[in-house]
Design a protein around this ligand. Structure first.
Ligand code: FES
Ligand code: MG
Length: 580
């Protein structure tokens, strides 16, 4: 037996529930206070259901009901399901940013899976960070695992039009600032935008990560797109519950699924769906858990042959409900396969290769999921990786969300040491700013903020908005919401808090953005930069204790997925020492 986890008694869980004497009595007796009969300890697979349910993470608030469907499936297949909570991170409420806690989600999932009598696990996620967090934790234990994301909200509907969560918040904000919409109308729109359970229904980070969990082979085919309130979401959850029991018997583990081939599929799928730039951070961190080599430049290189074919906001017109009815991700993956852009042998949770999973996928709406030869955006216009003296460790830009006219642009830098410093002046009538300027928003990296928040796509200065300006180049070491848009250079590495070149830019410097040539250049001499670097002092931090201290001490750069250095790799699923 490869992992020697069941000892002489078979399963891992048998170390608890199959134990003799006082220990065994202790393990079983307390569980029976939930009304389980003695037969559940007969050696059947024990399946954990790791749920990020929380009313404080509204996108995950229905996961308790998804868990019931999973439990049903586990019972049907002869397993013993046990649901347990993992910290939920909701994008909308958590301050200073949900991203600060993604690694904590991963730590909780990893430790709870390993410390408990589990043979396999079903991962229930929804909002942005919960999906990568659970995958990272599960990968570092490497017990059989299948993911079920909670599904998107129904399309937002406002005044007869589809409105997308996130994307329309930015649009409404600009409309209100420009005087084209009243605050009262904005309040009405709020309720219309979020009208059912589920996560954001744009191709934001949540939908992106749900699709990529599927592209990686970690959730059942078609899972990502079913709306949260569609009964077929519960069907697929039940199916996952049945499937995990079989996966335990097959000993099918994440390390067999999350290979370099799977990551290549995910990177290409992300380009095809017009997915979030945050996927780069999360896939990089996940790959680090498995020891899979996935350098930043591969995101550009692998995606260069892949056009964006899914016409969803923020890059396009439609929303996840439409994507679902058009056939969902299997249609995208089948098209990639037919074009030779899918590693079709990559193993998935079905026990089959990805190509076989999606071979019969049919497209029911070619406006929403276009053919590869009539794409929304041509190949090579997805997320680009930039290099240059302003970003020696790399930076990224989502071309499909940017303005073509700004893709090659030289402008005067207007520098702000924090997003707050910008917000304090951005509505000033006498702010010295021109449409051709480049807004530099720094101090928003993993260590600097801390937590690398989604603040890079700051709203434009009010006076320019009123003058009809719709986009400007912005450069930041922070992230952008997957629902956001604009010509925004993100994830600049090294971040300003580490004294990288971004920390040395001054208002009035010239900066050149050249996306076709993948360059980001600060037009200042090396000598001058060296002089400024010698004078640079690191920003003071008030965090001397607590989780934020731990985070600052151990977080890696964006180019390593902002994981903690000490969490990289897998620590396996060996049964820990007895507690009694
Ligand atoms: Fe939770 Fe968008 S805020 S998915
Ligand atoms: Mg329950």
């Amino acid at each position: 037996m490869a992992h020697n986890e069941g000892g002489g008694t078979g399963r891992r869980s048998a170390h608890w529930f199959g134990a003799e004497g006082r220990s065994g009595m202790l393990y079983r007796s307390w569980m029976r206070n939930q009304g389980f009969g003695a037969e559940v300890f007969d050696g059947r697979p024990v399946i954990g259901i790791a749920s990020t349910w929380s009313e404080l993470a509204p996108c995950n608030a229905h996961l308790d009901r998804v868990a019931e469907a999973v439990e049903r499936g586990v019972w049907m297949a002869g397993g013993f399901p046990l649901e347990f909570p993992v910290m939920a991170t909701g994008e909308t409420l958590l301050r200073p940013t949900a991203m600060l806690y993604r690694n904590m989600v991963a730590m909780q999932a990893e430790e709870l899976i390993r410390a408990n009598p589990l043979d396999g696990v079903v991962l229930l996620s929804g909002c942005d960070k919960t999906t990568p967090g659970l995958l990272m934790g599960a990968a570092s234990v490497d017990l059989p695992a299948v993911m079920v994301t909670g599904g998107p909200m129904l399309n937002g509907k406002f005044r007869g039009q589809d409105v997308g969560s996130g994307t329309h918040v930015w649009k409404f904000e600009a409309e209100i600032k420009a005087g084209r919409m009243t605050a009262q109308e904005g309040h009405v729109a709020e309720g219309c935008m979020a009208r059912s359970n589920g996560h954001c229904m744009t191709m934001g980070t949540a939908s992106t990560m749900a699709c990529l969990a599927e592209a990686l082979g970690m959730q059942l085919p078609g899972s990502a797109a079913w709306p949260a309130v569609d009964s077929r979401r519960m069907e697929v959850a039940q199916e996952a519950g049945q499937r995990i029991v079989a996966m335990v018997e097959e000993d099918l583990r994440p390390s067999a699924i999350l290979t370099r081939a799977a990551f290549e599929n995910a990177v290409r799928a992300n380009a095809a769906i017009g997915g979030s730039t945050n996927a780069i951070i999360h896939l990089t961190a996940l790959a680090g858990r498995l020891g899979v080599d996935l350098p930043l430049d591969d995101f550009d290189a692998l995606a260069r042959d892949v056009p964006t074919i899914v016409d969803l906001m923020p890059s396009g017109r439609f929303l996840m409900e439409d994507f679902c009815y058009a056939g969902g991700l299997p249609v995208v993956l089948r098209q990639l396969d037919e074009a030779g852009l899918l590693n079709s042998d990559a193993l998935t949770v079905t026990g089959r290769g990805m190509g076989e999973n999606v071979a019969d996928a049919e497209c029911w709406n070619t406006e929403v999921i276009r053919p590869l030869d009539a794409p929304l955006q041509p190949a090579g216009t997805g997320t680009a990786v930039l290099r240059g003296n302003l970003a020696p460790g790399g930076a990224v830009i989502k071309q499909s969300a940017a303005s073509p006219a700004l893709m090659s642009h030289v402008g005067r830098a207007l520098v702000f040491d924090s997003p707050e410093a910008y917000h304090a002046v951005c509505d000033d009538e006498d702010l010295d700013v021109n449409p051709g300027d480049i807004l530099v928003i720094r101090g928003a990296g993993p260590k600097g903020y801390p937590g690398m928040p989604e603040v890079a796509n700051v709203p434009l200065p009010a006076k320019l908005l009123r003058a009809g300006v719709t986009d400007m180049v912005r450069i930041s070491d922070g992230r952008m919401s997957g629902t956001g848009f604009g010509t925004v250079v993100l994830h600049v590495t090294p971040e300003a808090a580490l004294g990288g070149p971004l920390a040395l830019v001054r208002t009035g410097d010239s900066v050149e953005l050249n996306v076709p040539e993948r360059r980001l250049t600060l037009l200042v001499s090396d000598e001058e930069l060296a002089r400024r670097g010698a004078e640079w002092l690191p920003p003071e931090s008030a965090d001397v204790s607590g989780y934020t201290w731990l985070y600052r001490e151990h977080v890696l750069g964006a180019d390593a997925g902002a994981d903690f250095g000490f969490l990289r790799g897998s620590r396996g699923s060996a049964v820990p020492r007895d507690s009694h």
